[in-house]
Ligand binder design. Structure first.
Ligand SMILES: [Cu+2]
Length: 461
């Protein structure tokens, strides 16, 4: 077991972090997709059609974008909304100008305009894509979909199913509740918590999977702010990948998934007939899904284990660049004053005049807010203190970082994440190699918190 001190002084042989995106080579396979954002009706419940969803290609979730390791993903995007938008490829170690952050890496794509996203994918894993303009509105209206990058390990699975969960807030007519979009209460407390949790757009979907086989489930939390919690009828769930990075497998009876996070499970179906999953973050299950183990595999019946890739260990490093981030704000917090656009204001003025509630190091952020400039090749340690009464799902664009996670009961080694939920009062260290030049956003993925100040970028020069 690694102690906290060992974690920072770890000196195993250097193992490369996630590979760098590079220029696109002529021999790379190009995966072509078209995405169109538009206003689309959707039937959440027989009692009423919701006609105010914003979806990609008229479906929820948006279509799966799939590629193999080292392919190039090319997406022709058309904006048929009446507001500007962009697309962010969450968890992909991207080329900075393809990262989809408005005002920072690209201009917002105006109504009627199109944009070509094109980038190589170097790491297999579970990712997702979503709008990045006024995310608190555009994501909660449905602008997201799964992005799956596969390698030869995935070929060994008999079934591979994305479980994309979302927490919608619907009114009594089963419309997206738009009246509460800018609720000051939500923005200063836990964020927009919904009342209608879906799995792949449905309340209680069922999937048919192979007998005597191996199934990979790829969980994605697309909620604005709800930390989802999954339990199952299985005797423990085997976690094999976290935020698109393979881990040494470990077993948990249940697991939490903060906004933006992903977890992959491996299930052996040898002696099972059905498997039930429940989302249990509420007092009673808010959603559930069932796996019916009833398909006969075309492949040979196989009892041996899948050959999973090895866990990436923290690399050896010297002279890290330590950046301290003191997170404050929110209801019942201790943020008395903070700077917004160069002016120091008290908390009440920030709240009432600017709708800002959160700050890093007493600075209220926005997309163009610079947190730090670092040199390419430096090892960065973000020393983060969540000095607030609320949980925050902290997401770093373009990089995975090592973190000594406190999220899992049975995990003692540091893991690579791109999104990490910090509990109230928690202090954590995010460690990564700044090897990818550009302006990389760092923000809370509780989208109302990001909109009201918990956001900024770190530039790698
Ligand atoms: Cu937050």
């Amino acid at each position: 077991m690694l102690s906290r001190r060992d974690f920072l002084n770890f000196s195993a042989a250097t193992i490369a972090l996630t590979s760098l995106p590079n220029q696109i080579q002529s021999n790379q396979l190009i995966r072509n997709y078209k995405l169109t954002a538009g206003i689309t009706p959707h039937l959440f419940d027989k009692k009423g059609v919701s006609d105010n969803l914003w979806l990609y290609n008229k479906q929820t979730p948006g279509p799966i974008i799939e590629a193999k390791e080292n392919d190039v993903i090319r997406v022709e995007f058309v904006n048929n909304l009446y507001e500007a938008t962009t697309i962010h490829w969450h968890g992909i170690k991207n080329i900075n100008k393809m990262d989809g952050v408005p005002y920072l890496t690209q201009d917002p794509i105006q109504p009627g305009e199109s944009f070509l996203y094109e980038f190589p994918v170097k790491n297999a894993g579970t990712f997702w894509y979503h709008a990045h303009v006024e995310t608190w509105k555009q994501i909660s209206k449905g602008l997201y979909g799964p992005l799956v990058v596969k390698n030869q390990v995935d070929d060994q699975f008999d079934n591979d199913i994305v479980i994309l969960a979302d927490d919608w807030r619907l009114n009594k007519k089963y419309q997206i509740d738009e009246k509460s979009f800018e609720s000051l209460h939500d923005w200063s407390h836990a964020g927009r918590i919904g009342n209608w949790v879906t799995i792949n757009g449905k309340k209680f979907p069922k999937y048919s999977i192979n007998k005597n086989g191996h199934t990979r489930l790829r969980f994605i939390n697309a909620s604005n702010a709800r930390i989802l919690s999954f339990g199952s009828s299985l005797d423990g769930m085997k976690i094999i990948s976290i935020d698109g990075m393979s881990v040494e497998p470990f077993i948990e009876d249940k697991f939490n998934l903060g906004p933006g996070q992903r977890i992959d499970l491996l299930i052996k179906t040898y002696d099972l007939s059905t498997i039930d999953f429940f989302e249990v973050s509420g007092k009673k299950p808010l959603s559930a899904f069932k796996l019916n183990v009833d398909q006969t595999s075309k492949k040979n019946i196989r009892k041996e284990d899948i050959n999973l890739q090895s866990f990436k260990k923290i690399p050896h490093y010297k002279n890290p660049n330590i950046l301290k981030i003191h997170m404050q704000g929110g209801a019942m917090g201790n943020l008395a004053k903070a700077y917004f656009e160069g002016t120091e204001k008290n908390f009440r003025s920030l709240a009432m005049e600017d709708k800002k509630f959160w700050a890093f190091n007493k600075l209220v952020g926005k997309y163009e807010h610079e947190l730090a400039k670092v040199k390419k090749g430096q090892v960065i340690i973000l020393e983060i203190w969540n000095d607030s009464r609320w949980s925050h799902s902290m997401h770093l664009h373009g990089n995975h970082f090592y973190v000594q996670s406190k999220e899992f009961e049975n995990l003692e080694t540091p893991i690579l994440r791109d999104t990490y939920v910090m509990q109230p009062g928690e202090k954590s260290k995010f460690i990564y190699l700044a090897d990818n030049p550009g302006k990389w956003l760092f923000h809370c993925h509780m989208l109302e918190h990001a909109a009201s100040g918990m956001i900024g970028y770190i530039e790698v020069l």
